[in-house]
Design a protein. Structure first.
Length: 258
């Protein structure tokens, strides 16, 4: 049977109603720069001053850890850190350095419930991880423990991963990995304490093993700092048979090009 298609008049009325709702929302909540709060022409858009201070991570960078180089060492060269201490995951890609206006975006999403920013942030991440997103079999977030999820009401990594899946057309796997141990906040902990904090904190959800076995996966988090959390999740994925794990974060906590 032919599929039902709404008449043109209905579509026009719906489009007009959506435009009116958008205009009303702009009157109640005028568009403002998420970096400094100055009025802007559209929602989730930076003003020129804040935009100029966002430091995107561009090539050349370490092919494994995504650390930006201050000069071009040639194709395929790895950073000293990647050589001395190879990560559990196959590669890391981040959109921006975790500073200035970009840091404000992370803070607003995570602590001020600005989930409306997630789509824009995911767009930047799509650009940073484009070839690996297109080649992957699924996109999954770093999960929160159920008690923290109940307090926070949403998982910022899952919000980013959901929009990444929508924008890239790849499967979203929000329930494949669970956090089985309630950990303390990583902020303020040393690198060793971070590793101890998230050791054995994650597991594959029963029945979701086929999501992982032999698959190329993209693991999403908001910020890469020491890598303890994403390494712990990646270790679980690799043990469950993942063929390839790309870690994709919005921001990277790094001093700058190395």
């Amino acid at each position: 049977m032919p599929s039902f298609k709404p008449p043109a008049t209905f579509r026009q009325i719906r489009s007009l109603a959506q435009n009116w709702v958008g205009c009303l929302a702009d009157l109640v909540y005028p568009p403002r720069c998420p970096g400094c709060g100055v009025a802007t022409g559209s929602h989730a858009g930076f003003c020129p001053a804040c935009w100029s201070r966002v430091r995107f991570i561009e090539r050349p960078y370490c092919e494994v850890l995504g650390l930006p180089f201050s000069y071009d060492p040639g194709p395929g060269l790895l950073s000293a850190q990647a050589i001395a201490d190879p990560p559990v995951f196959d590669r890391l890609r981040s959109a921006v350095l975790h500073e200035g206006a970009a840091r404000g975006l992370v803070h607003a999403l995570k602590y001020k419930d600005r989930t409306d920013l997630a789509a824009m942030m995911a767009g930047w991440m799509c650009r940073a991880g484009q070839p690996h997103l297109q080649a992957c079999d699924g996109i999954l977030p770093v999960p929160l423990h159920r008690t923290r999820m109940a307090l926070r009401k949403f998982n910022q990594s899952a919000e980013l991963a959901r929009h990444l899946a929508e924008q890239s057309g790849r499967p979203f796997l929000p329930s494949t990995v669970v956090r089985v141990k309630r950990t303390v906040r990583q902020v303020g902990l040393s690198a060793r304490a971070r590793e101890d904090n998230v050791r054995a904190a994650f597991a594959i959800s029963p029945g979701h093993e086929p999501d992982v076995w032999g698959k190329r996966l993209v693991l999403v988090d908001d910020v890469y700092t020491t890598g303890a959390t994403v390494s712990s999740v990646s270790r679980v994925l690799k043990k469950a048979g993942a063929a390839d794990v790309t870690v994709l974060t919005f921001a990277m906590a790094a001093a700058g090009p190395i």
